[in-house]
Design a protein around this ligand. Structure first.
Ligand code: 5AD
Ligand code: SF4
Length: 477
């Protein structure tokens, strides 16, 4: 149910990204599409599936809005603010139709699923509405919309995993890629809209995942992040294979298979649910050096009473024991969390519990939000959203401050340590510096040295010499 977002500051949703330069397109495309994505990594991965489907039908991607015949917005419903951002953007796009009457605008993803044809019929904001399981029908819907018909497909599927579609990497760094291993979610966290927008959980064919990862490695990628709302419940039973191969593939097994592709291919995964992550997964992480020592383990709340209302199915003690277990088996493992402030009925004592659990676990970083009621969720139906916004924001602020201290402390512990860093590219501020990540998912910036053969995708040993609460700086050794 939880989904790791691309940026740390994802509550201020990333201004969507438009993708893929036209210059290298081998085919002369008949039309151009522009796509912006919001929300979680799953959504960004889905946009790459959409790009692939559209490419095959003769639509090429463009980063240039003026050049676009089609504009797509892949949307997120997780919090109200996310939806507001998208709505504003769609209104801006609609204005472009004044200059270009043939321009078609499509809304994809979670908001499309949640609001169905509302955008099209009531608000007349868009021409095409497509939910997360209906992307294969996009080309047909585009034709329908071009012919002036209402083009909507928000059917959810129990099977669709887009397993056979090779995503077109849109905006990557050429070093790390996301690989979707499952879709949907069967947990029923009471705050969460995802089970409604992304449907039932289903696992993608293991062989197709391995194939995609091998291809990425062959193309020069050096890191894959296996994505799912709840990766630990990945479970795939091959049906048409030989008896030996038809053994079910669990997440631990899949992780191992991906790790075996090459020791030079780093493997990450997201997201884990504390109730589902197994020792088996931790043992596999111990065994393979290329599986990154990093687990995103959403806490949501440190109060057992609130956790129960959230339907998280664990207590605060269970969560803390899980963190202990991780630290015992994987002493160098980085741990991050998602935390929600001000859920229904949260008392000051519950909030203090959250701060205490944060202290106990010493998260390296966290993604922090205040509760935003989502229509149709269990919480919206059962509980009152009764914490005043000022209180939610104050508690969130205290959580953020706590996390800032923890992050600084965590980074200070890394001073003088040497890490293997995978170079992702130039540092944002200075092209004389490289930026990369260590296994624990921390960003490390370090100077480029003259005559060095290092490049994007190289591994390098870096000694950490300075830190802030957000970044580590170091020197190659
Ligand atoms: N309000 C605030 N935060 C939410 N999240 C999910 N639903 C909501 C909501 N209604 C957070 C959870 C989840 C992350 C992806 O977003 O912390 O793990
Ligand atoms: Fe991702 Fe949809 Fe959830 Fe947003 S609502 S985080 S896009 S799954």
């Amino acid at each position: 149910m939880e989904t790791l977002f691309i940026d740390k500051m994802h509550d201020e949703l990333r201004q969507g990204e438009a993708f893929a330069p036209a210059a290298t397109d081998p085919i002369a495309y008949k039309k151009r599409f522009y796509i912006e994505s919001y929300g979680c990594q799953m959504n960004f991965a889905d946009s790459e599936v959409v790009a692939s489907i559209l490419n095959q039908e003769g639509f090429g991607a463009t980063r240039n809005l003026e050049e676009a015949d089609l504009i797509f917005v892949n949307t997120c419903s997780i919090r109200e603010k996310a939806e507001q951002t998208v709505r504003k953007r769609l209104t801006e796009f609609k204005r472009l139709k004044k200059q270009n009457k043939a321009l078609l605008i499509g809304v994809l993803g979670c908001m499309a699923e949640r609001l169905k044809s509302k955008f099209l019929e009531e608000e007349r904001l868009v021409d095409i509405v497509v939910g997360p399981d209906a992307y294969r029908s996009l080309p047909a819907l585009v034709s329908e919309a071009a012919g002036g018909q209402k083009a909507v497909n928000v059917l959810l599927s129990r099977e669709e995993t887009y397993a056979d579609i090779a995503p077109v990497r849109l905006d990557g760094n050429g070093v790390s890629a996301f690989v979707s291993i499952m879709r949907g979610c069967n947990n029923m966290c009471s705050f969460c809209v995802v089970p409604f927008t992304r449907g039932r959980e289903r696992s993608r064919d293991a062989e197709s995942i391995l194939h995609e990862c091998r291809e990425l490695f062959a193309q020069g990628y050096r890191e894959v992040t296996l994505l799912g709302q709840n990766v630990d419940s990945y479970y795939f039973v091959p049906d048409d294979a030989t008896a030996q191969e038809s053994t079910p593939v669990t997440f631990a097994k899949l992780l191992e298979k991906v790790a075996l592709i090459s020791p030079l291919l780093r493997v990450r995964f997201s997201t884990s649910h504390p109730k589902d992550i197994t020792d088996e997964v931790l043992y596999i992480m111990q065994r393979y050096e290329n599986i990154c020592q990093y687990i995103h383990l959403p806490l949501q709340s440190g109060s057992t009473r609130v956790l129960q209302l959230m339907n998280r199915t664990y207590t605060k003690e269970w969560y803390m024991a899980k963190v202990d277990r991780i630290k015992t088996l994987l002493p160098d493992c980085g741990i991050s969390a998602d935390i929600i402030a001000g859920f229904c009925s949260e008392q000051e004592e519950d909030h203090l519990d959250t701060l205490r659990v944060m202290d106990y676990c010493g998260f390296d970083f966290s993604y922090m939000f205040f509760y935003s009621e989502r229509p149709g969720t269990l919480a919206a139906r059962r509980y009152q959203d009764d914490i005043p916004e000022t209180v939610k924001k104050r508690r969130l602020q205290e959580i953020v401050e706590k996390q800032n201290q923890l992050s600084l402390r965590s980074n200070q512990r890394d001073l003088e340590k040497i890490f293997t860093v995978l170079i992702e590219g130039d540092s944002k501020k200075n092209d004389q510096e490289w930026k990369g990540r260590n296994s624990q998912n921390k960003v490390i910036v370090f100077p480029k040295t003259a005559n060095s053969s290092l490049e994007k995708g190289s591994y390098v040993r870096v000694k950490v010499t300075e830190c802030t609460q957000a970044t580590l700086r170091g020197v190659p050794v």
